[in-house]
Every structure is written in C-alpha cells, then in structure tokens.
Ligand binder design. Sequence first.
Ligand code: MOS
Length: 744
Amino acid sequence: MSKKHLENADMETAMSRVDGRVKVMGAAKYTAEVQLPELTYGVLVESTIGQGVITALDTKKAEWAPGVIAVISHLNTPGVPEYKLQNQDVIQKQLRVFDSPNIYYNGQPIAVVVADTFERARYAASLVKVTYAKQQSYSNLEDNLSKAVVPKKAKSDPKGFTTDFLRGKAEAFRDAEFQVNEEYIQPSEAHHPMEPHSIIATWEAADKLTLVDKTQGSQQTAASIAKSFQLPPENVKVLSTYVGGAFGSALRVWPHEIVAILAAKKVQKPVKLVLHRNQMSYMVGYRPYTLQKVAIGASKDGKIVGLSHASYGKTSMYEEFTENVLIMSRMMYDIPNVDTKYRIVPLNVSTPAPMRGPGEATGSFALECAMDELSYKLNMDPIALRLANYASQDPDKKMPWSSNYLKECYELGAEKIGWNKRKAQPDANQEGEWKIGYGVATGTFGAFRGGASAKATFKPDGTLLLQSAIADIGPGTATSMTAIAAKNLGLAPEKISFQLGNSTFPKAPMQGGSNTVATVGSAIVATCDNLKVELAKRAAVQKPEWKNAIAKNIKIVGTQLINSDDASSKVEIASLFSQDNLAELVVKGDAAPGEESKKYSFYSFSVHFIEAHVHELTGVVKIKNAVSVIDCGTVVSPKTARSQSMGGIVGGIGMALMEEVVLDDRTGRTVTASFGDYHVPVQADIPQMDMMFVNERDPYLNPMGSKGLGEIVIIGVAPAVANAVYNATGKRVRDLPITPDKLI
Ligand code: MOS
C-alpha cells in the first residue's frame, strides 16, 4: 500500500494557522478584552445553599458602596418576557434566572451588582446579605439512585439512545462462557477553557440588542435571546470573533448571559459580565457524573455473544440533560444481543452540558475498559479481540458505513507504539521502580453534516474575502476554510481571508459535534464553484469557449483564470472586472446534505495507544508515549488537525488521571472550583505524542471527503490509559480519575 497516511512530520510542514500571529501577539481581542464607551461591570451574587428559598435580600450596603449603579435580583428585575409565557407548573426548560426566590443548586445566580468598575462591583457584591429558608439538598448520585427516571425525551425519540433498547435477547451475556460484569464511574468534569465565559450586552434601542459574547454559535445565541426577550430576530446581533476554547460549554445561552442583558436594560448602559474561574465549574455546564454498568459475555474464540449497558447520570432539578453514553455499545461491535438502559437522576446541581465527545467519551470509558477486562479473561490480545468483533456494517442502523478504516488504525498504531513490547500478563514488565504497561482503546463519533451558506467577495487584485457566521472555538476554522478555498480555486492561501463569529454573516450551524468542516466547508466549496462559474461567464465575453467551462476545471493561477480543459484559453482576472467597471464581485453559495446521507451510516473512528509507567511505591502514573490513529476521511488542514488531536490526547489524559469536580454533598457546594483543586494536565504530564491520520477519503459525506475530528480525538483516550495502567500493575481502576492513592 502506498503511503497515504499522515504522520507528525507531514503535518508540521503543512499550512500554518492563519490567525496564529494575531493570537500569539495578543492582538486578537476576546470578549472580556473588548472596551466600549460607558461600559459598566456586572458581578454575580450566588446562592450559598443547595436548596431552599430566599426569605430576605439586604442590598442596602451594596447600593451605597462607591461606584454602584444598581443591584438587581428577583425583587426588581426588568423580567424576561419568555418566562411569563411559560407554565410555572411544568418542569422548566432552563433556569429562570431572577424569576423567583427559589434555590435549586448551590452557586445559583441570585443577584447582580452593576458598578462603574469591575473591582467596585466585586466589592459591592460581597456586601449583599441573603437570608434563606434552607432545605436539605441532594447532590450525590449513588445515594439518590432510587430517584432515577427515564428521560421525558425517550417518549418523543423512541429510537434514540435514551429509550430502553433491545437487539436479540436481553442479558445474553449470562449464557456465555467468559463474562465481565462491572461498574464504572465517570466523575463530573468541568470544561475549563482558557477563556472564561464573558458577555457585553448593549441595548441599542428598546427592541434592539447587540451582544459581544462567548458562544459556539452566534446565530443560535441570537435566536435564543430574541425568543427570550421577545424581540424581532433581526434585532439581535451577536459577535464572537475570537473564542478561547469552549469544549461544549458555549453551545447554549446560560443564566449569566440573561443576567447581563437584564442588567443592561436596567442601567441603560452596556454591561460587561465576566465569569470568575471558580464559576466556570458550575455556571456553564460540565460533563455529568455518570455511573455505568457494563456486562459482556463471549465464547472462547472471543466472539461476543451479549452486551448489556446501563447508564445513570446527574441532571438538575429543573431541566433534563441527556447524552449519547450508550451509542457505542449499539454500533461499535458486531454483537447479536445488546440491551441498553439510560436513566437520569435529578439533583440539586446545575444543568450539565455537552463536553468534548459528549456521551461517547463517558460510554467508551466503560465499554473499552470492559473489552480490555474481557481480553484478559480470554487470554487474548485486546486488538485481536476487537478485530474478532469488527462490524463490517453498522449493526445498529443495519446500514453500510460511509467509510471505516478501523483495521488500518489498529495496524498503524500497533506498529508505531511498539505493541509487540507489551507483555500479555499484567504486572510483568518493570524497569527499576517503574512498572510498564501498554493499553489500547477505540473511539467513535457520528460524522455529521448540516446546511450552511457562505459569501465571497473577490477583488481585481485577486484577493478573496469569505464570510460565514460559524464560530471558531480554537480548532482553526479560518485555516481549514482557507485551505478548502485555496484548493478549490487554485488561489494562494495568502490571498484569502476568512471572517466568522458574526450572526449577520451567512447561515452556519453551531461549532459543535465535529461538524464544522463537513458543513461549512461544503458551503465554501459551493461558493467557490459559484465564483468560478461567475468568472467564466465574464470570461466568455472575451473568449466564447469559456461558455462551456465547468467549475471543476477552472482555476485561478497567479493573475489569470485558467481552464484545464483548454489550456490556451487564459484570461487576466483584472480584465474581467475592468470590462464591466466592477470594483468587486460578490457571490454566495449554499450547501446541504444530499440523498447519500440517507443511505449510509456516518461515523469517524479513532484508536488510541498508551504506554504508561507506574511508580511501584508512590503510584504515580507517567504517560510515556501516546499514539492516536484517526480515520476522519481526507484531512483538509493537516497542521491544525494535528494540533486538535494533541488537545484531545491531553484532555483524555486529564480525564484519566486528574480531572474531577468534587461536591460537598452536605451543601452541594463545589469543593474543587479553583485550579488549585481541580487538576488539569500541565506540560510535564504530557508525553511524546504521535498523531497519525489514515487520510482515506469518505466518498459520501461532503465534497472534501472529510469526516469530523474534534470529538474522536478524546473519545477512547481515558480507557486506553486505564488499560495501560492495568497492564503495568494488575490493578483495575474503574472510577476515574486514576489517582496514585488508587494504585498503592
Ligand atoms: Mo462539542 S461537546 O461538540 O462543543
């Protein structure tokens, strides 16, 4: 096989991040850095109990403090019009902030102080005195399992992953010769992007609002806010030019955003509200604490007979949160008998949110650890076990894969990590005081594509401006879109600029679920094709043979328009403008999935390999080597793809070894709110990483041949670490994170 896959060296020499320079120079302005005339500052006051009712709110001292403009709470809120339309008796869809004195979780925003400086607002917020009628709060999942419920969503989505599911026979694992039947715990994890959530709300008129906001979807935030405040949709403008990471935490509107808008209405000035790092643990969602029960039964040859998988996750008292924890158990392996069960437990916590690899990251930890446990019972290589159960089509949807290069992933990764050095017996490989182990795990995530549009403005000097409302939370969207346009047009990337993060730009989805390249990239291709057709039409005025030119054959080379079908027929780009006295050419393009989207099952795949060294006395785990092999179709921007995948491994190592939101269940207060207590990997925790991309085209998802990347780079990393730790030590840790105390 000729080498098509990409390794580290191939990716390092690829096109660099187009906004890298402004970011490292500090010239890229993030929401909290934006300055406006007459700006005021809001600081939240939070509840300090987990459940109860506010009986008194003494704001006098705060109001008298220097620089304070207003203290706003449920007692004097201008009100959110949408709340009045909602039925107070039914379960709320989102926290109705400042709508009542009721407290549902510890840390709930109950008032905001607005002042002329941030420091004065923060000081005054400390002066607000709250009296509560306190009730017992409940925040521990295991203690409250009896309150587990089937999500309401299951009724409206009977084929979805929250509905009890059965293929073949239930609990068929019980009949098998070899069995694993265990419980796995994923603790809550906070997103903690580098940039805290921030918003600047400005009422331009009584019915017109501009927001500078951290969001993964400028248009979706605008639509949501327009609905909440009952404004004409076109009267809400959202700008999110730079977003410093989000991982799912900015996929929706949160209470602090509503508060900033209410406050701006009250004080009739722009209000900036920036969350404190501690508030990032409970005000903008988190990966929910989840208990899973997985049972697998197999015959001697490793063929899996039955798989049962149940999931119990936390949600808030006022809102259902569900995620696809069980999807992988239904579609990853060719298993005749599968049953799954999904439950949520409403508790005195804030509502969780999708977090990178939402659902699958949690589900794969349980499934892929259980697969590893089974491999030892069978005395079979864990890769061989997975290959023995390889699904040649999607066993859940019973449809062919659009593409699936998992076998190549196993092969490339095993070679790269040196899988042959792995000892089949655990705790059998030691160098000095360090026990050495190797682990593998598989990841998958749906490869999605939606509809999007883009706009191109082309100038006689050959420069091209592309615009789309899409957000960029860090993966390098402007870079990948520039690469797609450059390839399509033949234009040098330096001639292209890409603007995003503005709700008034052409339609785009939220940046989530790894769908940006597939969705917006397709719109870029459509727009570039339209531009080429438009240019050819103008070229035909000079040379009639251009009438027959088709987009695929047209390229912009240097200052000329070229038709590869007819090499002699070149025209100067500038002449196409001058002939009609045009200053610029504006072209739009739309793209949406076609018929193929109904005929195939679309997934991206990844296989992660970890070499872990565990200190025999202290239990410290050092990741020595990490290899991720990715099947995400054709890689459109190799360098940013590599960076994104590095971030995935780092996130996976954090999930495996460090990250855990701990609540004090007596009060529901978050104990690990600061970075002093909530540990994330630092440079010294991160090993040599090899990212490899199979780089084989997916024929059906989109014209670029790509599939999604953002999620599969983390899904499967944590179980690969846990499996490597077991191989090193013989100790199976089923509750993350794998801290040293669990290994000694
Ligand atoms: Mo992500 S959890 O798709 O932002």
